[in-house]
Design a protein around this ligand. Structure first.
Ligand SMILES: [Zn+2]
Length: 112
């Protein structure tokens, strides 16, 4: 995968407008699966507001708008952080995405 070669794909799938960049794509028959990562990540703990340390990544699946007529599934690689504040009750948190509410299964632009 070339780092710059996905600009076209980002434009076609309009992932840039929802803060994601495409890292790969697969044609899975009647659906298109797009692998993506967030362009910018907020690593602030939702409970205490301190910045966390990167722990690992977790996959998150989202339904997105169809691309050229095919339903699209976004597989987003979401960073997870550990809160560095020892007095904070939260140990691990997942980065929020600009394109979907936490815990949601579809992107904002699908509901628009
Ligand atoms: Zn915290």
């Amino acid at each position: 995968m070339q780092p710059s070669g996905n600009l076209v794909a980002d434009t076609i799938c309009r992932t840039a407008e929802i803060g994601l960049t495409i890292t790969g794509a697969a044609d899975a028959g009647n659906i298109t699966i797009i692998d993506a990562t967030p362009v910018t990540v907020n690593n602030l703990c939702p409970d205490c507001g301190q910045s966390g340390k990167l722990r690992d990544h977790t996959p998150r699946r989202l339904v997105d708008l169809p691309v050229v007529g095919f339903p699209t599934r976004l597989h987003v690689r979401v960073p997870r952080f550990t809160c560095s504040n020892l007095s904070c009750a939260r140990k691990i948190f997942q980065a929020s995405l600009n394109c979907a509410d936490d815990g949601a299964k579809i992107t904002h632009r699908v509901t628009r």
